[in-house]
Each structure stands twice: as C-alpha cells, then as structure tokens.
Design a binder for this molecule. Structure first.
Ligand code: CAP
Ligand code: MG
Length: 418
C-alpha cells in the first residue's frame, strides 16, 4: 500500500483514488460534509486514517508492520466516499470491535461537519465470523402456521401498566382472533406490576389454550432485554417454560449482548425478535450517523431472526422508509440465513393492502393500537387484521371484503381504508 514517506505515516497515506478494493476488504460508503477549511480529499483521508490505524500526528514507526492495516479512501463521488478496510484490521466475530473502527471516533471528527455511514459490503471472511440468524424467514412455517401470508403480531397497549393477568388475557383474545404472535412492548421487562416470570408462564398458558382452540401454532415474543447475565437467565427461563421466541431491544441492549443471546438461543432452539428502540438516534438525521440499512446488516450478522424495518411510510413513525433494506435482509450474503422484516408502528387493518403491495408478503405485520383500539375490543381487532390480510392475499378490495366481515367493516369505519 501507500506507506513509506520519510516523514512517517500521515493522513495523505490513507487516500488512493486508484485503489480497487479487494474482495476480502470490508468496503464502507459514507456521506461526508467536510469542515470549512477542508477539501473532500483531505476529509476522506482523515476518515480512513482515524477509522483504521492513523491519528492526527505523523507517526514514525516501523512502517512494514503497519502497512497492511491501513484503510484506503478509494473513491470520492460528490459528497459520497468509499473506504476499503483490510479484513485483518478486525477481530473475528466481534461486532463492537468492528463498529469501534467504522462507526467510532470518525462520527465526531472536527474534519467533517457531518458524516453518515450509509452502506457496508461485507466480505466472506468477516461474515463467517458471525453466527447469523438461526431461523430467519423460516419461522413463518417452522415455528408458526402462516403459510404464504405474512405473520401477524400484536403488542398489548397500554405499553406498560397492565397487570400480568390483563396482559395474558389480551394476548389470548388476540391469538384467538387470528394473530400468530404476542409481543411485549419495549419498555415492559420485569416491573413490579407485571413481573417477567409470571408474565411468561401466564402468557404461555394462554398461548397453549389458544393453540388448542384454533389448531394453529402461536407463540410469544417475551422481552428478555436486561443486563446481559440477567438477560441470558431470562432466555433460559423461556426455554424452560416452552416458549419458542425471545424479544431483544437490540440497540439499547448493545450488539455484544445480542451476540451472547444468539449463542444461548442456539442451545435452546429459540428465535430472536429484534426491536430497535433508539435507532433514530443513529439514523434519523439525513446527513449524520449510521443508516438503518447498516443497522439491519449488523443485526443480521449478529443473528436476529426478525427486525423492525418500518412501514413504507404508512405508519406513525418518521424516517421509516429505507429503500432496499428488506432486500438486503433477505438477499444473498455469503450464505447468511435471511431475516424476516417487521412492519410496525401505527398500522391498522385499513392500510394492510398497501403495506403488502409495498413490502410483499414475507414480512411480519404488527399492530398494537390498530388491534386494541378497535371499537369492539382486542378480539374483534385481531379478527379485522386477519381479515384485511386474507382480503389482500385473495386480491379483493378491503371494502368489498368488509361487506360480509363485520370486524373489518368496523375497523375501516374507524380508521378508514387509505
Ligand atoms: C407499535 C410499537 C413499536 C413501534 C416501533 C410502539 O405500536 O409497539 O414499538 O412500532 O417502531 O410502541 O409504537 P402501535 P419501529 O402498533 O400501537 O403503533 O417498528 O419503527 O421500530
Ligand atoms: Mg412498542
């Protein structure tokens, strides 16, 4: 590579616009806005330097020992730059170590007014260090009976405050009405009003009754998120009590913890549902941070089976339309199992046809308020959601289908069919 000046290793040594990334490199695309006194070239070389093995001062070291570990800023296209990292820079299977390089100090450098990690291209040597998903999209039929339709999930509302009994009862109503999965809300873990183990056992008992009554497999995404040792104990409890899934809030828990949960879930054959609270701290700003696309890639490598990716603009949350994200989650990546995307946030039966049109049917459709806010309650709300999916799968308009499906008719009256 380009080291070898008499003055030591300097920023310039990390820029080489002639360099063609090797198949073994981790290639990252950033959008940058250089500081006022900086050219694109100067800023790009500083990004490559600080995120690999350079620093602000020229270093006088044995260059031969270091030359294979420097990143190269190898392309500048408008405000977009590409940086190629040699795989040897990274510890196999450590997501924290990789992120400390490619999404670390550089996000706060004075050399750039803003910088956003937009996309990564992962080489096989790095991918093979991670477990990846255990089940991924196959949960729809390996653990549930969704067939060709999307998997349906619900999260009881209010988010917190329901007693254990009320929570399990709402779950049972929703399962009986036609959803496959009950999910805890992100801020429900192990509080006094609804302790973890009580909720787990009562909800799984309700699940068993609903399975018996409907003849369909159902399951519970119980939120195990906690300090890591505690979280792993909760994972063990889920297995002990016969659950098939756990839910982890992956960003607040941290990727190292997610990797630990993934290993433990392998022992028990449990699938991992990834909620992504706090992702907007990284991906909401258009010009700074880390894109949801990269967060989804990280989640897949770390081994989650489902992850929330937004609702194609049809829901309640901003910044939820990341083009190509679901394709990346399900596309080929050195043999990684595909992840099932979850559409959630402000969904109701009236938007399901458009949602499936936009995102396809290999997804989880999750609704909280859009089920429990139904004028006739949770059971009717779950039926209405399932009816809207059945109508969409059959290619019928929601309004026509509602003619002889009263629960859907009421939902459309309440929220409209957009
Ligand atoms: C949905 C939800 C989810 C959000 C997360 C909520 O409830 O439970 O946490 O969907 O957003 O509390 O808002 P509603 P995302 O169905 O009642 O909106 O999936 O974008 O990460
Ligand atoms: Mg929630």
């Amino acid at each position: 590579m380009r080291f070898g000046t008499m003055t030591g290793i300097e920023y310039d040594d990390f820029l080489d616009l002639e360099y063609e990334p090797a198949a073994t490199d981790l290639t990252c695309e950033f959008t940058i806005d250089p500081a006022a006194d900086m050219s694109m070239e100067a800023a790009a070389s500083r990004v490559a330097s600080e995120s690999s093995n350079g620093t602000w001062a020229a270093l006088h070291v044995d260059e031969d020992e270091l030359k294979d570990l420097g990143a190269v800023a190898c392309e500048i296209d408008g405000s977009e730059i590409t940086v190629a990292y040699p795989a040897a820079l990274f510890e196999a299977g450590s997501m924290p170590q990789i992120l400390s390089c490619i999404a670390g100090n550089i996000l706060g450098m004075k050399a750039v007014d803003s910088i956003r990690l937009e996309d990564c291209h992962w080489p096989e040597s790095i991918v093979s260090g991670f477990l990846g998903p255990q089940f991924g999209t196959s949960v729809a039929n390996e653990k549930l009976d969704a067939g060709e339709r999307p998997v349906l999930a619900t999260v009881p509302k209010p988010k917190v405050g329901l007693s254990t009994a009320a929570h399990a009862e709402i779950g049972e109503e929703a399962w009986l009405g036609g959803v496959d999965l009950l999910k805890d809300d992100e801020n429900l873990t192990d509080q006094e009003f609804n302790p973890f183990e009580d909720r787990l056992t009562e909800s799984l008992a309700a699940r068993d009754r609903a399975q018996e009554a409907t003849g369909e497999r159902k399951d519970y995404l119980v939120n195990v998120t906690a300090e890591t040792t505690e979280m792993l104990e909760r994972v063990d409890l889920v297995a002990e009590h016969g659950g098939g899934f756990v839910m982890v809030d992956v960003i607040t828990a941290g990727w190292a913890a997610v990797q630990s949960v993934r290993k433990r879930c392998e022992e028990h054959g449990l699938a991992i549902h990834a909620h992504r609270a706090m992702h907007a701290a990284f991906d909401r700003l258009e010009h700074h941070g880390v894109s949801m696309r990269v967060i989804a890639q990280i989640a897949r490598l770390c081994g989650v089976d489902h992850i929330h990716t937004g609702t194609a603009g049809l829901g309640k949350l901003a910044n939820e339309d990341t083009p190509g994200i679901n394709e990346w989650l399900t596309g080929e990546c050195h043999g990684l199992t595909p992840v099932l995307p979850v559409a959630s946030g402000g969904l109701h039966p009236g938007v399901v046809d458009q949602l499936l049109e936009a995102l396809g049917t290999d997804i989880i459709v999750q609704a909280g308020g859009g089920i429990h806010g139904h004028p006739d309650g949770t059971h009717a709300g779950a039926k209405a959601l399932r009816q809207s999916v059945d109508a969409s799968m059959a290619g019928e308009s929601l309004e026509d289908y509602a003619d002889d499906h009263p629960e859907l008719a009421t939902a459309l009256e309440k929220w409209g069919a957009e």
